[in-house]
Design a protein around this ligand. Structure first.
Ligand code: UPG
Length: 462
């Protein structure tokens, strides 16, 4: 669709505003592509990012009725964002409203609905002021949403603020829809100001007209059901918001080239379920001493691995390398996880990675680093029982040793072990639940259709 073209006023124009971070943008992008693909004639999606982010994603494949629009770089650069995370969040909360509103003034055709990341409170405010319906997209688990939505309960029980080093093992069993969780497995308070900002985003959901979850209803049935009962508007789990609809697009022979290596071809040559995929996130990194233990543990295990390592690629390559492993700076993660040779995932438990591994039926070793990754790890290990913890006590300095890592990796990848087989069986069950949700008549598919029907009311062809 040509941005300069005029569109019929009857077209349903959805403006999407993601939070400017990879995990958030990916989820919003996948939702928007699905919306556009489902109604190629009746929906136009305008996806709003900063000029810097357009440089990163502007050349991505997209449907014809999906276009980008930009706001100026009013926030600190993505490159080095982790250096002052609180400052970055503050800028997102305070600097994006005016340029977003100015952009809306210029956009044609008139905007029918805004889909905004829950953390983008400015987009909700602008929508409210202009009487445009807002769908708040929560990019993390419904469980984490429930914890934050009921944060007052933690305060009432004396569990926040709290000294985690002394009370970390106390159980929180009063958050509606959330299974009993140790304090140490809840999202940690990074700074009081950040917590305040985050709670502000969650509380502003009450001013939206829809709440969308990137999750799947069967994965978090109780949390989602409780929240459905709380809000007077539709709550739609539409996940997993991962690019499953692009899985068939390229064959592994033409795809997968990076730095002169074709990692898909390498995977094709490995035995089934033999490769551990390692990715510990793009944003915050672990200490170099811990990294050395992981590298050593992997080598000692004798297990094959494909490691996505940003920043430290050279260092990891120098130490790893060899026939057993491949180190790349980036890969097509969902496709890698779905490759038959991949039998395990050492993950930082970002929510998208968690959904992707679940969709692919791959058991996990969890190494959460911060925020929602910690409860995600708990959910993977204790609730779904599709993984084991590598890092047990996030926030404490003690290293997980190479010996511990090597043992866990060997145990996970041992195709003959009973406990491993039990876990693989459960991973396949969750995989079926995820894949069922997106097939015709599945829960997420039905929710997405209902959402499209709701927002396109009054527009032709809904
Ligand atoms: O080589 C790679 C590495 C990553 N990815 C993709 O990048 C995304 C990463 O997302 P996620 O796993 O959620 O990690 P983060 O980028 O760290 O996500 C941030 O955003 C998430 C969603 O809000 C939160 O759950 C995390 O804690 C937060 O760090 C996923 O879709 C991956 O498939 C690739 O495609 N190739």
């Amino acid at each position: 669709m040509d941005p300069a073209k005029t569109y019929p006023s009857t077209i349903c124009h959805v403006v999407a505003m993601p939070y400017p971070g990879r995990g958030h943008i990916n989820a919003m992008m996948n939702l928007c592509k699905l919306l556009a693909l489902k109604r190629p004639q009746n929906i136009l999606v305008t996806f709003v990012v900063t000029e810097e982010w357009l440089g990163f994603i502007g050349s991505d494949r997209k449907p014809a009725n999906f276009r980008f629009a930009t706001v100026p770089n009013v926030i600190p650069s993505e490159l080095g964002r982790a250096k002052d995370f609180p400052g970055f969040v503050e800028a997102v909360y305070t600097k994006m409203e005016a340029p977003f509103e100015e952009l809306l003034d210029r956009l044609e055709p008139p905007v029918t609905a805004i889909v905004a990341d829950t953390y983008l409170i400015s987009a909700t405010r602008v929508g409210n002021r202009r009487n445009i319906p807002v769908a708040s997209l929560w990019p993390m688990s419904a469980t984490v949403f429930s914890v934050l939505h009921h944060f007052e309960l933690l305060v009432q029980h004396g569990h926040s603020p709290i000294e985690v080093s002394e009370h970390g093992d106390e159980l929180v069993d009063y958050i509606p829809g959330v299974s009993a969780t140790r304090i140490i497995d809840l999202p940690p308070v990074i700074t009081p100001k950040l917590l305040h900002r985050c709670l502000e985003g969650v509380s502003l959901v009450s001013k939206a007209q829809y709440l969308l979850f990137t999750s799947v209803s069967t994965l978090e049935y109780e949390a989602i059901d409780t929240l459905k009962a709380k809000f007077p508007f539709p709550v739609y789990p539409i996940g997993p918001t991962i690019p499953y609809f692009e899985l068939q697009k390229n064959s592994s022979l033409t795809d997968g080239h990076i730095h002169g290596v074709n990692y898909f071809r390498w995977l094709d040559c490995q035995p089934i379920d033999s490769v551990l995929y390692v990715s510990l996130g793009s944003f915050l990194s672990i200490s170099s001493a811990q990294m050395d233990e992981i590298v050593g543990g992997l080598q000692d295990s004798g297990v094959r691995y494909l490691w996505v390592s940003r920043g430290e690629t050279g260092r990891v390559e120098d130490t790893c390398g060899g026939d057993m492993g491949l180190v790349v700076p980036w890969c097509d993660q969902l496709k890698v996880l779905c490759h038959p040779s991949v039998g395990g995932f050492l993950t930082h438990c970002g929510w998208n990675s968690t959904l992707e591994a679940t969709f692919a039926g791959v058991p996990m070793l969890t190494f959460p680093i911060f925020w929602d990754q910690i409860p995600n790890s708990k959910q993977i290990v204790e609730d779904w029982k599709v993984g084991w913890r590598v890092k047990k006590d996030v926030g404490f300095e003690n290293l997980v040793t190479r010996g511990e890592i090597s043992e866990l990796v060997k145990r996970l990848m041992d195709q003959k072990s009973n406990e491993g087989n039990e876990m693989r069986k459960r991973a396949k069950q969750l995989q079926e639940a995820c894949q069922g949700a997106i097939t015709e008549g599945g829960s997420s598919e039905a929710n997405l259709d209902a959402f499209i029907r709701d927002v396109s009311k009054g527009h032709v062809g809904h």
